[in-house]
Ligand binder design. Structure first.
Ligand code: BGN
Length: 276
């Protein structure tokens, strides 16, 4: 908590308007003392975001500017639940955010990391300084879980119902994480080589860790998530080999090797990137 607050001191946006006071986050974070758990059954409402799913609080000037990036293919009902829930959730936090959905439009096995690279690439062009890389099936339930970047990359979804609120292993770095745009760029994003389930997040952990950016986690209570149910994906049998190869390929495989075969559409609630 302290970490986010300290970090924000250095992130005052340019052109700070004198008419608007900076938004406060301390109150939300301190609310954690009695933790506000959002129940997904309660009636949720949110303000209509700007086209493309961007939102800025009106009564104050947000210090946090976050791109929420969701890798996606063919999970319509989960996407609907996720998007509606997340607007409601994020608007409670007084942050400036925009939701990007990066859709893989081909018949190859799903490439989660590559979709995240595309999302991040667009977010960078639009000057977002904090990235939250987020699976579509995860819902955070504590509004004190601020969707901003700390000094170090942060593993957010570390207290998950489907893992019985335990960490399966210490270096797990999938699900939902935050990382500053600067740091993401510094490690050349994620590898584009992982098709199918597994390993891409472990490779990303290696990238950030070997760059001296050892990921952090906050208090487990803050990081509680529930997972929407879905069919298990087939694991990528090559993932062990890929992880070995990826070690020496990091410099050429990532943000700098993306082919920009994409189109961008501004939906009412999110920016939809189609990658072919
Ligand atoms: C791990 C997967 C991760 C996945 C987590 C949680 C691999 C590589 C094996 C060396 N890693 O086992 O990608 O996020 O489980 O489900 O499969």
């Amino acid at each position: 908590k302290e970490d986010i607050l300290n970090h924000m001191k250095f992130r005052h946006p340019e052109n700070v308007s004198t008419a608007l006071k900076s938004c406060t986050y301390q109150d939300i974070i301190l609310e954690n003392e009695f933790i506000e758990i959002v129940t997904i059954t309660q009636n949720k409402s949110f303000q209509k975001p700007l086209s493309g799913g961007e939102f800025k609080p009106k009564h104050c000037l947000a210090l946090i500017k976050t791109a929420l990036i969701v890798p996606y293919r063919n999970r319509t009902s989960q996407l609907a639940i996720f998007i509606n829930y997340m607007h409601f959730f994020l608007q409670k936090q007084n942050i400036h955010y925009r939701i990007f959905v990066a859709n893989q439009n081909d018949t190859l096995p799903f490439n989660r990391a590559k979709m995240l690279n595309y999302g991040a690439s667009l977010a960078m062009k639009l000057n977002y300084d904090c990235l939250v890389l987020h699976d579509v099936d995860l819902l955070p339930i504590n509004v004190g879980n601020i969707y901003g970047c700390a000094k170090l990359p942060r593993h957010m979804s570390c207290n998950l119902d489907t893992f019985r609120y335990n960490l399966p292993y210490l270096s797990i770095f999938g699900g939902a994480i935050s990382i500053s745009t600067k740091q993401f760029k510094m490690v050349n994003g994620m590898s584009n080589s992982f098709y199918g389930w597994g390993g891409e997040d472990d490779d990303f952990y290696r990238r950030v860790n070997t760059s001296g950016l050892k990921p952090c986690r906050f208090d487990p209570e803050v990081n509680r998530y529930i997972m929407l149910s879905h069919k298990k994906q087939d694991a990528n049998k090559n993932r062990f080999l890929l992880m070995k190869l990826a070690v020496r390929e990091s410099e050429n495989d990532g943000l700098n090797s993306l082919l920009h075969h994409w189109s961008i559409k501004l939906e009412d609630l999110y920016t939809y990137i189609t990658v072919s």
